[in-house]
Write a protein that binds this ligand. Structure first.
Ligand SMILES: Nc1ncnc2c1ncn2[C@@H]1O[C@H](COP(=O)(O)OP(=O)(O)OP(=O)(O)O)[C@@H](O)[C@H]1O
Length: 605
């Protein structure tokens, strides 16, 4: 396990673990449709207390002025007007007034807030970045992307949103989001989902997977089907997206995550919900309190699905999906999405699916060509000065005096704090996100980063997945992760939505196990691989447990059912009938999470 230099400076003795336990904060769950209201809560008078009051603090631009600062905070988006809503207690699904689809969910005294009205990023920052963005948007870059599907009766892809019957309200929101045409994953995944099929979908970071699973779910709810779903990263961000997509459709999305007071979330749930975005830990908690039932779940979505079944999350997921009252595969529709999908995880995931379609868009598990990747050999003791050089170079390339946004990944929480302090002392405005910071602090840090006030964000792996910040120009792997998939997700914080990006990694003897997968990945992504890295790659045998791609071929981007040993019907993916439903020999419950969770950095909590 590598040790970062930032660490050694920061830590007196205690080399920080860098990982945090798993209780659900970082894990996001996606919307679960919990239309259920427990009997003892039905017909109760509405509570006067505004939900999400923790979100109502006014935004501030910088979360760490002088380091001591309180970070009591706001979430991106600033204050949230009172939802105030009544009549939640009408009981069960369809109760609480949510049959009245369309025109928003003004259910009683709770009014729907316009999610397009309070943009995260202030105007000045938006203008400053606009020039950069206008040259960067390049969805055509995705046009030639290879697409692979396997499974029976795959619905044909569409080229425009107009070809899909998503409903007028949702179409209006798509226009409000300024989405002109569907991205490749959306083109394929939306028709498959609308056809009612289970789906395991792999597509590159930043390619629009969130909308790809949200649109069919929202559309299905509008049409009167019932739903639940859940995912695993920045759940507030997914919630924000879901709120935009479902605005004035009559569909209500609620978020439940660890690290925030559970009572507020309970109150919100009691008022009725169509889509619940939840972290596994918090959802288990809610289920154990018997405050939520999954009986009426119609859709289950796992975003970052490979992560959900990795790193020890699997027992929680199995508990939620298999041991509570959720309808089994076949009776619910299950959608799994990620940019990386190792075969072993596919095998586990197949337990949750029924007669599913496998969809791979792009070189799955690979990074997008839009990201220029550089690897430099840097000894631990030289990392800071090297980073300084990169930052100085970037300053001269800044936009309108604003430094472009740089995300720096380090291995440990202490390392993150130490590097932030050092950057500040060196004249750079920086902030941090890691497992020891509260949810509010993280949100505040994100806001400060997005606005450009602290254009450097130092983060642990907690920020590796899902985070969608439009203007990140550079991702620096100050400390490389142990797992190549984590690398893929980290660098995917730049080069999003068709924009270009730069990723620089500091490599040294501590990262030898990554040499081969990194060289392979760079080659796959048409990047220039330094000769010294190729030499390391050929020398080092890396059969260890952490880099799952070893021996895997094409980075796990194929349907594992097509591999000889799993091919029951010899169909080359053409027939999936034999794979659906429960484990049937693939599901080795519990045997995997241990395998490659151990030792890998996790700042998830
Ligand atoms: N059809 C579209 N047209 C334009 N922009 C889009 C479209 N679909 C999604 N986007 C934008 O692209 C960005 C990336 O989308 P999203 O966060 O869903 O990517 P992702 O594939 O989930 O990435 P990751 O794997 O890193 O989580 C978002 O800012 C989103 O608003």
């Amino acid at each position: 396990m590598s040790t970062s230099w930032a660490d050694s400076v920061a830590a007196d003795n205690n080399a920080a673990s860098g990982s945090s336990n798993i209780n659900g904060t970082g894990v996001a769950s996606h919307p679960a449709r919990s239309t259920y209201v427990p009997p003892h809560l039905r017909n109760r008078p509405p509570t006067a207390e505004p939900p999400f009051s923790s979100h109502s603090a006014p935004p501030s631009d910088n979360d760490r002025i002088g380091y001591g600062g309180s970070t009591s905070g706001s979430r991106p988006g600033g204050s949230r007007p009172d939802y105030g809503r009544q009549g939640y207690g009408s009981g069960g699904r369809g109760g609480g007034g949510w049959n009245s689809r369309g025109g928003g969910w003004d259910r009683g005294r709770e009014r729907e807030v316009n999610p397009f009205g309070n943009d995260d990023v202030n105007d000045e920052a938006e203008r400053a970045f606009a020039e950069q963005e206008s040259t960067g948007i390049n969805f055509d870059a995705y046009e030639d992307i290879p697409v692979e599907t396997s499974g029976e009766n795959v619905a044909p892809p569409v080229n425009t949103f107009a070809e899909i019957d998503l409903g007028e309200a949702l179409n209006l929101n798509i226009r409000r989001c300024k989405y002109v045409k569907p991205t490749p994953v959306q083109r394929h995944a939306i028709p498959i989902s609308l056809a009612g099929r289970d789906l395991m979908a792999c597509a590159q970071t930043g390619s629009g997977k969130t909308a790809a699973f949200c649109f069919p779910i929202i559309s299905g709810i509008i049409k009167g089907q019932y739903d639940f779903n859940f995912s695993n990263h920045f759940d507030l961000q997914i919630h924000e997206e879901a709120r935009k997509f479902s605005y004035q459709t009559g569909v209500k999305a609620v978020v439940a995550y660890g690290g925030a007071p559970i009572n507020q979330q309970l109150r919100e749930l009691e008022r009725g919900v169509d889509i619940l975005v939840a972290t596994p830990g918090r959802l288990v908690d809610l289920l154990e309190r018997a405050r939520v039932s999954l009986e009426m779940i119609r859709y289950l979505a796992l975003d970052e699905a490979d992560r959900m079944l990795d790193m020890g999350f699997e027992p929680q997921i199995r508990k939620i999906v298999e041991q509570m009252d959720m309808p089994p595969p076949g009776l619910r529709q299950t959608l799994l999405f990620s940019a990386t999908f190792p075969k072993e995880i596919q095998r586990l995931a197949s337990d949750f699916l029924s007669n599913y379609i496998f969809l791979a868009v792009g070189r799955v598990g690979s990074s997008t060509d839009l990201i220029v990747q550089r690897v430099e050999f840097v000894h631990d003791s030289d990392k800071r000065s090297h980073l300084m050089d990169l930052l100085h170079a970037q300053m001269t390339n800044g936009i309108h005096g604003k430094q472009s946004l740089t995300l720096v990944f380090v291995e440990t929480k202490k390392g993150a704090d130490a590097l932030e302090h050092w950057l500040y002392a060196s004249g750079f405005h920086a902030t941090t996100i890691h497992g020891d910071r509260t949810q509010q602090e993280r949100e505040q840090a994100l806001r400060s980063f997005k606005s450009g006030n602290t254009p450097i964000l130092v983060a642990t792996d907690v920020a590796a997945r899902g985070l969608d910040i439009p203007h990140v120009a550079h991702v620096v792997n100050f400390d490389l992760p142990n797992d190549i998939d984590d690398y893929v997700h980290r660098i995917g914080r730049t080069g999003r939505a068709g924009k270009t990006g730069l990723a620089t990694a500091f490599f040294n003897e501590n990262n030898l196990s990554l040499a081969k997968p990194l060289a392979d990945l760079m080659q796959e992504s048409n990047q220039e691989v330094p000769t010294w890295l190729t030499r390391y790659a050929s020398r080092v045998s890396y059969g260890g447990g952490k880099n799952r791609r070893s021996g895997g071929g094409r980075f796990g981007g194929r349907d594992f059912r097509r591999e000889g040993s799993f091919s029951r019907s010899g169909g080359g993916g053409g027939s999936s009938g034999g794979y659906g439903g429960s484990s049937g020999g693939y599901g080795v419950s519990g045997s995997y999470g241990v395998g490659y969770g151990s030792g890998a950095t996790s700042a998830w909590d």
